[in-house]
Design a protein around this ligand. Structure first.
Ligand code: SER
Length: 671
């Protein structure tokens, strides 16, 4: 079965059960300053989970594009990807545990034909600190559902993460885990949740591939063990709590269900192959890399590189497709890291002949049906990737030389000890604690992992060393970490982040005041230029492509200054086309019509939003349209505008220049 078919079956299944299918939101969250990327289907729905009425009703479903930056370092095994599609269904104060668990079980066993024998489930064991009880109701439901399939499902307690969940399978089918595993909120465990954040106990379903347990990952196996036997394929969150000011929890105004299941993982389960990269979404790209490299995906030693390339390139393409350009800050930095890491792995495979850019087509083609915009936008996406790839290649060789020099001055940890440490689930916590203690002048041995302070000291790259590799040679920290890990060395990531933040603060201060956005005043001249600004943006998008979005604008009575995303210089011919198109629209005498509508509707209309602006649920959109209502431009905007574009007179572009990587600026006037 192919992923397209599974996606379709899922959406049909829930549509038949009264759900409205909503479109995937952008990977760039619109109204949510708390996260850089959309990482789950529920994220764009937060206001509705908190009680606001959704225009499409109380039962929703979709397939959401997701990017989880936290998983970047995990990519290389057979299951982790940074980009994935999340199949989701939601009850906004409508159905609850009974329906949700029964439906998902039915979907897996009836629609997809998975054997119930291979499914194992988990539930919440309760939390004394927050006073939230064990989820006995879900246990009872699961027992009944398995019994209907002739399976007696025993429930067992797995204890706490601190105790390593060492009790093992105990012949169970339903496993109760603590807050670390079976509580879901965007911030994680109840303690970490900010005030007002919704969350709740969850119940996950795991598929058993039946592979033998690998003791590297702990003494005994259990559904959440990382050895590869079990794969999580769906998570039903029973979102009924909200964090209060005093740290305790209250019930939300409505009880919600928030379900999410990775499309790629479900497909792998249906195929019975634990390798997520073996599903239909990856062969195109893997085969292309095989052709370039003379290595085969089947060689165990090459698999990590193939997977990193396939995952990172796919993620970069989707992110760029949603308007992000590689840079050193925020979202752009992730695009940069993905591309650079993929380039390095192509080099490791000896596939230097044609470069990463040549693989863009293979990914876009894979998504021809489900995300046609990628294929339409292929040339622009490829241009962004090409420019980043070329920039990186200029410094890569020198950077790697510098890395070996720094590494030579360190003493690696004995390989076996190092590998055992890296397999610990708590390795990052342990290291963080050690480095903090070191900074605080305390003892910093990691007894749990038998690492002495001296071993850590001699094997660690400081934050400054890692940051220098980034600043001088463009090596992103994940790459430095990966190189260090290959050499049994460590990196003080927290110190690196401090260095990075320090640097960003300096650049932000430098940038502040450089660009003051908006209209200088509301005079007639400025208002005319404001209308011209809308026509200009629409014309740039028509001539250069849909990747063009406004990144800022400053309008005075004399001129427009518009910043927009575009990877390269706009040619004089293109500028001329843009100018001609705006002039034509002025001549056509389009009406500037203001409409108020729900934000969703405005988005469906394709209205341009300004980057970084928060919009409410009802928005005002200005449409430049002819008498029949055919719009040339739709923009989220509060005005003011002229009534008709014929008022504008003669339009002229006076300058085009670079502002920063991937952002261009045009100045234009009305004569
Ligand atoms: N929000 C939950 C998750 O991301 C379920 O959708 O796992």
């Amino acid at each position: 079965m192919k992923s397209n078919e599974i996606r379709e079956k899922y959406l049909n299944f829930f549509q038949k059960r009264g759900h409205s299918v909503i479109p995937s939101a952008s990977l760039v969250p619109e109204n949510d300053p708390t996260t850089l990327f959309t990482g789950s289907g529920m994220q764009p729905l937060i206001p509705y989970l908190l009680g606001q009425k959704h225009p499409m009703g109380s039962r929703l479903a979709n397939s959401q594009k997701c990017f989880r930056a936290d998983d970047i370092e995990e990519v290389g095994d057979n299951r982790h990807t940074t980009f994935f599609e999340m199949l989701g269904n939601w009850s906004l104060g409508d159905y609850f545990k009974q329906e949700q668990l029964a439906w998902f079980f039915e979907f897996l066993t009836q629609e997809l034909g998975l054997s119930p024998e291979k499914l194992y489930v988990t539930v919440f064991s309760g939390d004394e600190n927050s006073g939230i009880p064990k989820d006995e109701e879900s246990i009872a439901i699961w027992k009944r559902l398995f019994a209907e399939k002739g399976i007696e499902a025993k429930d067992v307690e797995l204890g706490t993460q601190e105790a390593g969940y060492e009790k093992g399978m105990q012949g169970g089918r339903i496993f109760a885990y603590d807050v670390k595993k079976n509580w879901w909120s965007r911030a994680g465990v109840p303690e970490a949740m900010p005030v007002g954040e919704p969350g709740g106990p969850d119940s996950e379903v795991f598929f058993d591939f039946g592979t033998p347990h690998d003791v590297k990952f702990g003494g005994t196996c259990h559904p959440n063990c990382d050895c590869g036997r079990f794969l999580e394929i769906g998570n039903s969150v029973f979102m009924e709590y909200k964090k209060k000011e005093d740290g305790s929890f209250e019930k939300l105004v409505q009880r919600n269900v928030d379900f999410g299941g990775g499309l790629e993982r479900i497909t792998a389960a249906v195929l019975g192959n634990p390798d997520v990269f073996a599903i239909d979404l990856f062969p195109h790209i893997i085969q292309e890399v095989e052709k370039l490299s003379e290595h085969s995906y089947r060689e165990p030693a090459s698999q990590k590189s193939f997977r990193v390339i396939a995952d990172h390139l796919r993620a970069a393409i989707f992110i760029i497709g949603d308007g992000i350009i590689p840079s050193n800050t925020e979202r752009g930095y992730f695009a940069r890291r993905l591309i650079r890491r993929a380039v390095r792995h192509l080099n490791l495979l000896g596939a230097t002949r044609r470069g990463l850019t040549s693989l863009v087509g293979a990914v876009a083609k894979t998504y021809e049906e489900s995300y046609p915009n990628l294929l339409q936008n292929k040339e622009n996406i490829a241009a962004v990737i090409r420019s980043e790839e070329e920039r990186f290649k200029q410094t890569l060789e020198e950077g790697l030389k510098k890395v070996s020099k720094v590494f030579k001055a360190k003493t690696p940890i004995a390989r076996e000890k190092f590998v055992a440490f890296m397999n610990r689930e708590d390795k990052n916590d342990l290291l963080r604690r050690a480095y903090r203690d070191k900074r605080g002048g305390k003892k910093y041995d990691i007894k749990e992992a038998e690492l002495t302070a001296e071993e850590i000291e001699k094997a660690t790259l400081s934050g400054k060393e890692a940051f220098d590799m980034f600043q001088s040679y463009g090596l992103p920290v994940d790459m430095v970490l990966e190189l260090a890990t290959e050499s049994s060395l460590l990196v003080d990531l927290e110190a690196y982040r401090d260095e990075f933040a320090k640097h960003q603060k300096v650049s932000r201060t430098a940038a502040a005041g450089r660009f003051k956005g908006g209209l200088a005043d509301t005079s007639y001249e400025t208002t005319k230029l404001h209308t011209a600004n809308h026509l200009l943006l629409a014309a740039l998008r028509k001539v250069l492509g849909d990747h063009v979005h406004q990144r800022g604008s400053n309008i005075t009575a004399e001129r427009i200054r518009l910043d927009f995303s575009h990877p390269q210089k706009v040619t004089p011919e293109e500028l001329q086309q843009v100018e001609d198109l705006v002039s034509q629209k002025i001549q056509e005498g389009l009406n500037m019509v203001k409409r108020e509508m729900p934000k969703e509707e405005a988005q469906k209309l394709g209205a341009e939003m300004e980057f970084g602006i928060k919009y409410g649920d009802v928005v005002s959109v200005y449409c430049a349209e002819d008498d029949k209502g055919n719009a040339f431009s739709n923009e989220f905007c509060g005005g003011p505008h002229v009534k008709n574009t014929s008022e504008l007179g003669k339009f002229k572009i006076v300058k085009e220049e670079a502002v920063s990587a991937g952002v261009r600026r045009v100045r234009a006037v009305l004569e």
